[in-house]
Design a protein around this ligand. Structure first.
Ligand SMILES: Nc1ncnc2c1ncn2[C@@H]1O[C@H](COP(=O)(O)OP(=O)(O)O)[C@@H](O)[C@H]1O
Ligand SMILES: [Mg+2]
Length: 239
C-alpha cells in the first residue's frame, strides 16, 4: 500500500456531490500536485484526508493504517498535516506564539518555543517573532502557514494554495522551502493554481473537475491532455 492512499472518497453536502469516488495514491517522498477549477473539491479533499470532515463514502490510509474518521490533532501526531487556504490570524498571538502552538503537537513546551523560533528563521520570518500575524504581508502570512506545518515535524504535508496571490518573485521562497522539506524526506501533496510552480515541483499531477478525478499523469503529459485543456487550461497552456 502507498504512503497515502485515497480510495473511492465521496463527499456530499446535502444534494451537492463535492467529491465523487476519488481515488489516488502518493508514494513516500513524492511531490504530488492537485489542480482543478475553483469549486472542484480540492479543499474538501484535503479536509477529508486530514480528518477535518468525514467522507460520505470511501477510505483514507496513511502509512499503512486506515485513518478515516481520525481527528486532525491525532493525525498531526502521526505526521500528517494540512495547511489552510484562508490564512487564519489570531488577534492576541504573535507569530512565535502561533508556531509554538503548532510545535506543541509533537514537542514538550520547553523545546517548543526554541523550535518555533528556529522554524520561523528557517522559513525566512526571523526577526518577525513578535509581530501579530494580522500585520504581516500576504507573502509572510503564507510563510507563517508553512511554518505552522513545518513546526509539527510532518512526514506528509497537504498544502492548499500556499502560493495563491503571490507574485512569481514571491513564490521563490516557498518553493525553496518545499524543495528542502522534500529533500529531507517529507511527502508533499499540493493544491496550486500557480501553474509554473506546480509544473516545476510536482512529479505527478491529479486533475479534479466537479468533484471527479479527470486525469492523473506527469506535468508534461497533463498539459497535453485534451480533457484537462478543456476543463482547466483554456488557452493559457503556457502559463
Ligand atoms: N462545508 C461545506 N458545506 C457545503 N458546501 C461546501 C462546503 N465546503 C465546500 N462546499 C462546496 O463544495 C464544492 C467544492 O468546494 P471546495 O472543496 O472548496 O473547492 P476548491 O477548493 O476546489 O475550490 C463547492 O461547490 C463548495 O461550495
Ligand atoms: Mg480550495
Amino acid at each position: 500500500m502507498a504512503f497515502l492512499e485515497v480510495t473511492n472518497v465521496t463527499k456530499r453536502f446535502g444534494g451537492l456531490v463535492a467529491l465523487n469516488a476519488i481515488s489516488f495514491s502518493v508514494a513516500k517522498g513524492e511531490i504530488l500536485g492537485i489542480i482543478g477549477p475553483n469549486g472542484a473539491g480540492k479543499t474538501t479533499l484535503f479536509s477529508v484526508i486530514s480528518g477535518f470532515m468525514p467522507p460520505s463514502e470511501g477510505d483514507v490510509h496513511f502509512d499503512g493504517a486506515a485513518i478515516t474518521g481520525i481527528s486532525p490533532d491525532r493525525l498531526v501526531r502521526r505526521g500528517l498535516i494540512r495547511s489552510f487556504q484562508i490564512v487564519q490570524t489570531f488577534a492576541d498571538m504573535t507569530t512565535l506564539d502561533v508556531v509554538t502552538t503548532a510545535a506543541l503537537a509533537r514537542r514538550p513546551i520547553r523545546e517548543a518555543i526554541d523550535y518555533a523560533a528556529h522554524v520561523l528563521n528557517r522559513v525566512g520570518l526571523g526577526g518577525k517573532e513578535n509581530l501579530t500575524p494580522a500585520t504581516l504581508s500576504l507573502q509572510d502570512k503564507k510563510l507563517l502557514e508553512l511554518a505552522k506545518c513545518v513546526a509539527t515535524d510532518p512526514r506528509c504535508i497537504l498544502l492548499d494554495e500556499v502560493m495563491a496571490g503571490l507574485t512569481m518573485a514571491e513564490t521563490t521562497a516557498p518553493m525553496a522551502i518545499i524543495r528542502e522539506l522534500n529533500s529531507q524526506g517529507v511527502t508533499i501533496v499540493m493544491v496550486e493554481h500557480v501553474m509554473p510552480v506546480i509544473m516545476r515541483l510536482a512529479t505527478r499531477i491529479v486533475v479534479v473537475n466537479f468533484g471527479e478525478k479527470i486525469a492523473e499523469a506527469t506535468p508534461d503529459e497533463i498539459v497535453k491532455d485534451q480533457k484537462v485543456i478543456d476543463a482547466y487550461f483554456g488557452e493559457h497552456l503556457d502559463a
